[in-house]
Design a protein around this ligand. Structure first.
Ligand code: NAP
Ligand code: G3P
Length: 487
């Protein structure tokens, strides 16, 4: 099934107008495994001429796709979900090799994606317009009626990050397709192989030629060209705040949906159930080595309970499973995606040590594998208090009052999610109401799911709202046709 995607020399191809196309100028990028540096494949570094061809095909195909009945589009998506589940082991194995995710978590990502796609198919069928009578506005009568339908936007450029190469590609593609857009997928370079397999599944399920296409190449080389291309009608981007900001400065008059970085705080009050709180924080902070936008990235705790919380965290962190996914089916902490990522986390650790934070546990590094690390008594002059490590290191910041906790939480440039741990619903709402984030979790780790909930970041964490129905609405627009009845 996946043979079409690559040749025998592991040269991968792009899906363009229904064909699997190799590089026109024979330029390829080698993809190595972060686990053992083995060569996994070579992806085409597409030229600007090739990108022009991709977008032209997407534009042309969308004209017919938007006329395809939504029930047929939904049937194809349900088939995508079936095929994903059939191929879960094969794709999970590839993901493990390509992005270093342990096999159990990779399989869970694929299963979740199949559920996401089915839910999207159902939601797409249930998206409806409305009719609005003119007489609701002063001076108008009911002979004027606005019939409001939803229209696709055209060609959606989907740019996905490395950490969820299946989920964060499919959660852009499926909602875009169900409402009648065509899609150009530009996967993260490290994550491209998984992204191309995913595209193959959409093709096998019956997505017509040109409706889903792929572009591979380094974002630093091809990114500006593709994001400013006149043929792109919408950009759905997930990745770092730096790149998101760069794209939003460069683009003009193109609507954007962006999921960016985060520094999610877990705020722990004196009356919290500290055992459960510690369980949630450890699960939220260290899964996939903290390489998740929604990972708990700082703990803000009331001074009187800080010692007990820290000792519980230490005990639970010491029980985390750390290692190489090639040797274990299920792990919490795995090697980071590349050396640059590990070097960055090391810098944050060194800065915290230098400035006097207490190293509670961890801190050691072997290659790209960094032990799960916790620092206590982190202060606001330390980089770890503010920067997103995208690695397994978490600061504990001690505070004296709820107001101080809120002030520190809100002083971050990011605003993705926060957690509040307390037994007092009034305190939970008091704090939740003041936090400048897209979502507040009460007595739970920060996390995205379930995927039909709205998911958004404020400030430097994003633009617009995801979540199945929200994503469909974001990638479509109302179209008003006004009937003026003669009376
Ligand atoms: P990244 O380096 O920003 O890359 C994201 C995507 O952007 C990749 O496909 C990358 O391609 C592409 N890109 C790079 N330069 C570009 C340019 N000039 N124009 C267009 N595209 C360009 O992020 P990452 O390291 O893959 O992912 C980690 C980051 O994503 C973290 O900050 C994390 O918080 C964030 N994230 C956020 C969410 C959320 O929902 N809020 C979810 C997951 C991840 P190349 O790979 O070819 O460079
Ligand atoms: O959709 C996957 C990603 O955005 C975050 O998911 O479950 O790690 O919070 P999670």
């Amino acid at each position: 099934m996946f043979e079409a995607v690559k040749n025998s020399e592991k040269q991968f191809r792009n899906l363009v107008n229904g064909e699997w196309i190799t590089s026109m100028n024979h330029q390829f990028i080698d993809i190595f495994s972060p686990l053992d540096q083995r060569l996994l494949g070579r992806i085409p570094a597409m030229t600007t001429t090739e990108v022009d061809g991709v977008i032209k095909a997407a534009k042309e195909a969308q004209k017919q796709w938007k006329l395809t009945p939504v029930s047929e589009r939904a049937t194809i998506l349900n088939k995508v979900a079936d095929l994903l589940l059939e191929k879960v082991e094969e794709i999970a194995y590839l993901m493990m090799l390509e992005i270093g995710k342990d096999r159990k978590s990779a399989s869970a990502e694929i299963t979740r994606t199949a559920d996401f796609i089915r839910f999207t198919a159902d939601s797409g069928k249930n998206i409806s317009g409305e009719s609005i009578s003119g007489d609701r506005f002063p001076g108008f009568k009911s002979n004027k009626v606005s019939v409001v339908t939803r229209e696709p936007l055209g060609v959606v450029l989907a740019i996905s990050p490395f950490n969820y190469p299946i989920n964060l590609a499919a959660s852009k593609i499926a909602p875009a397709l169900v409402i009648g857009n065509s899609v150009v997928l530009k996967p993260a370079t490290q994550g491209s192989l998984s992204g191309l397999y995913l595209a193959r599944i959409f093709q096998m399920a019956g997505v017509p030629a040109g409706v889903l296409n792929t572009v591979t190449g380094k974002g630093s080389e091809i990114g500006d060209y593709i994001t400013t291309h006149k043929g792109i009608d919408f950009i759905n981007f997930t990745g770092s705040t730096d790149i998101g900001r760069h794209i939003s400065k460069l683009t003009e008059m193109v609507p954007l949906l962006m999921e960016l970085g985060g520094k999610d705080a877990a705020i722990v009050l004196e009356d919290a159930d500290l055992e459960k709180t510690a369980d949630q924080i450890v699960a939220g902070a260290y899964a996939y080595s903290g390489q998740r936008c929604t990972a708990v990235k700082r703990i803000i705790v009331m001074e009187p309970v800080a010692d007990i919380l820290v000792s519980k965290l230490k005990e639970k962190i010491s029980q985390l499973k750390v290692g190489n996914p090639l040797e274990h089916e299920s792990l919490d902490v795995v090697p980071l995606i590349d050396e640059r990522a590990a070097d960055f986390v090391t810098e944050l650790i060194e800065d915290a040590k230098l400035k006097g934070a207490n190293l509670v546990i961890g801190g050691a590094r072997k290659g790209n594998l960094i032990e799960p690390t916790l620092f206590d008594k982190v202060t606001v002059d330390m980089r770890l208090a503010w920067e997103e490590p995208f690695g397994p290191v978490v600061p504990v910041i001690r505070v004296k009052s709820k107001e101080e906790a809120i002030a520190i939480a809100n002083a971050s440039e990011y605003g993705l999610q926060s957690s509040v741990f307390t037994e007092n619903i009034n305190d939970a709402f008091y704090i939740a109401n003041q936090l400048e984030v897209g979502t507040v979790q009460v007595n739970n780790k920060t996390e995205r799911g379930p995927d039909h909930f709205p998911f958004l970041g404020v400030k430097a964490s994003g633009i617009g709202t995801q979540g199945i129905r929200y994503s469909i609405e974001s990638m479509s627009r109302p179209k008003a046709t006004i009937i003026n009845l003669q009376r």
